[in-house]
Design a protein around this ligand. Structure first.
Ligand code: C5P
Length: 222
């Protein structure tokens, strides 16, 4: 098929996008943060007060939402109908609602379609929850990342407080547990480790070690 697809899945705040980003840079692959797409949809739903039980409003919203991921030097800019929402989607407000929105079948169907189109012809690294199971079941390499709950919460807390958000460690832990629960128990493509995924537990690994681990795997399969 020509192109090489790397799928990275796992629970919230396991460091998936950090590894994915570094990997894409090193290999000169396109990096796609699928979570950013669900966050963009969530922001739109919040702004337009779309009820999660109003199927018609949801269908219309999906039609009206256009998401672009624009690669920049050290990050991906996320555009929602042309507006830069890269920072707006990282707030706790969005995090508290994103799993509810992501559980909606019509939302997933639309996002998966876009994600598959993005990876159709290019070398790509995509991170998310269902990339190896649903979006690219035939990915060339599937990684399932894990980290201890404590490590994950600490990372998330540091990230959010650095941006000036006022919140407690307890709130961060609750949000991670809440999202993990919904993400892994929803009916439509729940978070699961694909059978052929390789587990990367990064609780004890630094970024260089994680990157080296995955790069070796890619090389062995290219
Ligand atoms: O990756 P991130 O933590 O930004 O994802 C935010 C949320 O988006 C997840 O908690 C999950 O509810 C949803 N998501 C998903 N499927 C993906 C990626 C993210 O349902 N492939």
């Amino acid at each position: 098929k020509g192109n090489f697809v790397i799928a990275i899945d796992g629970f919230s705040s396991c460091g998936k996008s950090t590894v994915a980003k570094a990997l894409a840079k090193q290999l000169n692959f396109v990096f796609v943060d699928s979570g950013a797409m669900y966050r963009a949809v969530t922001l739109y739903f919040q702004r337009h007060q779309i009820s999660l039980t109003d199927d018609a409003a949801i269908a219309q919203a999906i039609q009206d939402i256009h998401i672009d991921l624009v690669p920049q030097a050290d990050k991906i800019q996320v555009l929602l109908n042309g507006e830069d929402i890269s920072d707006a989607i990282r707030t706790m407000e969005v995090s508290e609602y994103v799993s509810e929105v992501s559980a909606i079948k019509a939302v997933r169907k639309a996002m998966v379609k876009q994600q598959q189109a993005l990876g159709a012809k290019r070398n790509i690294v995509m991170d998310g929850r269902d990339i190896g199971t649903t979006v690219f079941p035939h990915a060339d390499l599937k990684i399932f990342m894990t980290a201890s709950p404590q490590v994950r919460a600490e990372r998330r807390f540091a990230e959010l407080t650095a941006k000036g958000e006022q919140l407690t460690m307890e709130e961060v832990k609750d949000n991670l547990a809440h999202r993990d629960h919904i993400d892994s128990t929803r009916e439509e493509s729940p978070l699961r480790q694909a059978e052929d995924a390789i587990v990367l537990d990064n609780s004890e690994l630094n970024q260089e070690e994680q990157l080296a681990f995955v790069v070796d795997l890619v090389k062995s399969r290219m």
